[in-house]
Design a protein. Structure first.
Length: 226
């Protein structure tokens, strides 16, 4: 059943799946699972683009078939390419762009704009905020938090318990700051003699089991990295 229902073709950058348009989707799904289970050793940990040919699929059906491929082999499907764009050059460009996008997502991402009271920004990766975090706003990240503006709300770095994470801001005066399981509340940064908060950029990290608030200098960064 698998050989006639699903035929795999390949080029250096991706796979083309020729699908039987006559069989039921359940039968097709089983055939895809069987085909890739049998071919798992051949593909190993390949990162590939994918095209479906011969049958019109909904987005949900595409996702189901991709899940079957991933679960029954060690292939990582990076992107799906339309049938009318199957040249090797297009595959190569699409794969490179998708891999770069994935790398950027893994490394962290940017948020442009000011977070206002009541807004909550949650992320699985480190984040750089190009704006302010106003009182009543909240930022929660499993990685680091860098605010290129004024931090006046609540920020929580290392939300998955990672005590090596840090938070930094051009002006640091949060209502509450948390890294992993360490918490500091309002008033944590000292005011100047004029009653204003210091405008120098500050970094916060955990050292000796306590939150350390330091101006961002080469010495401070060395201390953080030790």
């Amino acid at each position: 059943m698998g050989r006639s229902t699903v035929i795999i073709k390949s080029n250096p950058y991706g796979l083309i799946l020729n699908l039987d348009p006559e069989v039921s989707f359940d039968e097709l799904r089983q055939a895809v699972a069987e085909k890739f289970r049998m071919s798992a050793a051949f593909f190993k940990n390949a990162r590939l683009a994918l095209t479906f040919r011969g049958r019109t699929l909904s987005k949900e059906e595409e996702n189901i078939l991709v899940d079957e491929i991933v679960q029954n082999s060690k292939i990582q499907i990076i992107c799906i390419i339309d049938e009318d764009k199957e040249s090797q050059e297009f595959y190569r460009n699409a794969l490179e762009q998708s891999l770069q996008k994935k790398k950027e997502e893994d490394d962290g991402h940017f948020y442009r704009g000011t977070l206002r009271s009541g807004q909550v920004l949650e992320t699985e990766t480190s984040i750089v905020i190009l704006g302010d975090v106003n009182p009543g706003a909240q930022v929660v990240s499993k990685g680091n938090i860098v605010i290129l503006g004024c931090c006046m709300g609540n920020i929580y770095a290392g939300a998955a318990g990672d005590s090596t994470c840090f938070a930094a801001a051009l002006t640091m005066k949060p209502m509450q700051l948390r890294i992993a399981d360490r918490i500091a509340r309002s008033g944590i940064t000292k005011r100047t003699n004029t009653g204003e908060y210091p405008v120098e950029p500050m970094i916060v990290f955990i050292k000796n089991d306590h939150l350390q608030f330091k101006p961002i200098t080469s010495e401070t960064l060395c201390e953080y990295l030790v």
